[in-house]
Design a protein around this ligand. Structure first.
Ligand code: ATP
Ligand code: MG
Length: 414
C-alpha cells in the first residue's frame, strides 16, 4: 500500500523540537541501514505544535539487531520485545520493531470474542500503522528525508480535529476496549471531537471495558484526570454511558442529582472544571487530591444522610474501597483520599477546634486546603470556612501578640 508522503517543506515538524537522544537513536538506525521513524503520539503532538518529551521510535530492525546497533540497549517485554535505549541522566528512548495486528482470542461460548491475545508478529510499516488505534496516532516522521508518512489519513483528521478509529470502530474496540478510554482521553486533552461512527461504537462497546486489566483502566483514567480537559473527559465518559461501568456509584449520584434538580449543573463536572481552571493557572495536583475532588460531592452528600451515631471513617473506607475497585487504586492513595475527605468534612463543620492544630500539622494539610478551595469554587459556598482555614496560625499569633503589646521580633529573639 502506498502512503501519502508529506515533504519537509509542507509540514511544521522540525528536528529542533526533538530531544538530542531521540535524534541520536534515529540517526544511528538510519546510518546502519534501517528504517527509522518517529511514531505515535510524538508525531501527532509535534504536528500540533505541542511540547513533548515522550518519543517513540519504530524500525524494521529486529530486537536482536537492535542489541548489536546500540550498546546501551535493554530488551523488555515478554510478549513483544521492545528495546529501551538508555542514556545518561536516566533518559530512555523506546524502540519497537514494526509489527502487524495481533491474533484474536479464540471464540468464547457465545462465539464472538475479538479480544486480542497475541500482538507479537513483525510486520511492514503499513501493517504497523494500521494496527494503531486512531488515525492521528498512525503517522510517521522519517528521519531519512524528514518527511511525514501517512498511511491512514491521519493528517486530515488532525486538521479537522477529529478522533477517528483506524478500521471498523466496533471491531477495534472489541479487540482492545482500552482504546475507548484512550480515544476519550485524547479528545479531552487535545479538545478534539470524536468522529460519529467512532463515538457510536464507543457507546455500543463500552460494556467490554471491564475485560481490560484494572491497571490499564487506572492508567487511562488517571491520565484523563492529570491532564488538561479533565472535565470534558468525564463529560464524555458520562455521556457515552462509560462511567456507569467504571465508577457506578459516582454515576448513580450524578444522575440522581440531575433528576432531582434538572436545571442544576452536574456537581462532578463542576468540581473537575475548577481543577482545569486552576491547572491552566499553573496549579499542580496530586493523584489523591484529584480522586478526592472526584468523590467530594457524593461523599459529602452521603455524610448528611448517615445516622448520627455512625462510624463515618469506617463507612468512608468501605465506600472508597468499593468505588475504586474497578480502578485498583493503590492502598496508599486510597488512604490519602480517605484523609482528605474526612478533613474536608471537618473543615466545613467548623467549631471543632480540637483537631485544628493536628490537621494543620499533617503533611496532607496543603492538599486538604486545596480541596476545600476547589469545593468552594465549585459550589460557590462555604467561603467563610475557607478564609478561616487559609489564615495562617503565624498571623494569628502575630495578632495576639500585638494585642498584648508584644513585638513579634522581640519575642522571637528571646
Ligand atoms: P500519550 O503518550 O500522550 O499518552 P500516545 O498516543 O503517545 O499518548 P502511548 O501509550 O505512548 O500513547 O502509545 C504510543 C502509540 O502506540 C500510540 O500513539 C498509538 O499509535 C499506539 N497505541 C498505544 N496503545 C494502543 C492500543 N491500545 N491500540 C492500538 N495502538 C495503540
Ligand atoms: Mg506516548
Amino acid at each position: 500500500m502506498k502512503p501519502t508522503v508529506i515533504n519537509r517543506n509542507k509540514h511544521v515538524v522540525s528536528r529542533k523540537q526533538m530531544s538530542p537522544e531521540v535524534l541520536k537513536v534515529l540517526y544511528r538506525l538510519h546510518r546502519t541501514g534501517h528504517l527509522a521513524y518517529l511514531c505515535g503520539g510524538g508525531v501527532r503532538d509535534l504536528l500540533l505544535g505541542r511540547k513533548i518529551d515522550d518519543f517513540d521510535v519504530a524500525t524494521d530492525a529486529e530486537p536482536r539487531s537492535l542489541k548489536k546497533v546500540f550498546g546501551n540497549c535493554r530488551l523488555i517485554g515478554r510478549r513483544f520485545r521492545i528495546a529501551h535505549i538508555m542514556f545518561k541522566g536516566g533518559k530512555i528512548i523506546e524502540v519497537s520493531t514494526f509489527r502487524k495486528k495481533g491474533e484474536e482470542e479464540e471464540a468464547t461460548d457465545d462465539g464472538n470474542s475479538l479480544l486480542i491475545k497475541r500482538d507479537n508478529t513483525f510486520g511492514s510499516p503499513a501493517e504497523d500503522a494500521f494496527r494503531r488505534d486512531f488515525t492521528i496516532n498512525g503517522l510517521y516522521y522519517n528521519v531519512a528525508d524528514f518527511s511525514i508518512i501517512d498511511y491512514v489519513d491521519g493528517r486530515a483528521d488532525l486538521h479537522a480535529r477529529l478522533i477517528r478509529c483506524i478500521g471498523e470502530p466496533n471491531i477495534r474496540f472489541q479487540e482492545d476496549p482500552i482504546r475507548i478510554l484512550r480515544g476519550i482521553r485524547l479528545a479531552a486533552t487535545l479538545d478534539f471531537q470524536v468522529e460519529e461512527s467512532t463515538w457510536e461504537a464507543m457507546k455500543r462497546q463500552c460494556h467490554h471495558i471491564m475485560e481490560c486489566p484494572a491497571s490499564r483502566i487506572r492508567e487511562e483514567i488517571m491520565k484523563t484526570l492529570r491532564r488538561k480537559g479533565s472535565r470534558k473527559g468525564f463529560e464524555l465518559l458520562a455521556g457515552g454511558g462509560i462511567l456507569e461501568h467504571l465508577l457506578p456509584r459516582l454515576d448513580e449520584f450524578r444522575l440522581a442529582c440531575l433528576k432531582n434538580e434538572p436545571t442544576s449543573a452536574d456537581p462532578l463536572l463542576q468540581h473537575l472544571g475548577v481543577i482545569d481552571d486552576l491547572r491552566s493557572k499553573g496549579s499542580e495536583f496530586t493523584d489523591s487530591l484529584l480522586l478526592a475532588t472526584l468523590t467530594a460531592s457524593p461523599v459529602l452528600s452521603s455524610f448528611e444522610t448517615l445516622p448520627p451515631d455512625s462510624d463515618v471513617a469506617r463507612w468512608l473506607h468501605q465506600y472508597l474501597e468499593e468505588n475504586f475497585k474497578p480502578l485498583a487504586i493503590p492502598r496508599v492513595v486510597r488512604t490519602h483520599v480517605h484523609f482528605l475527605l474526612l478533613a474536608l468534612r471537618h473543615m466545613l463543620a467548623e467549631k471543632r477546634r480540637k483537631r485544628r492544630r493536628s490537621l494543620r500539622r499533617s503533611p496532607l494539610f496543603t492538599d486538604a486546603l486545596k480541596l476545600l478551595e476547589i469545593h468552594c469554587l465549585a459550589t460557590n459556598k462555604h467561603w467563610s470556612a475557607l478564609h478561616r482555614w487559609q489564615r495562617s496560625p503565624t498571623n494569628r499569633q502575630h495578632r495576639r501578640r500585638k494585642t498584648k503589646g508584644l513585638s513579634p521580633m522581640r519575642d522571637a529573639s528571646k
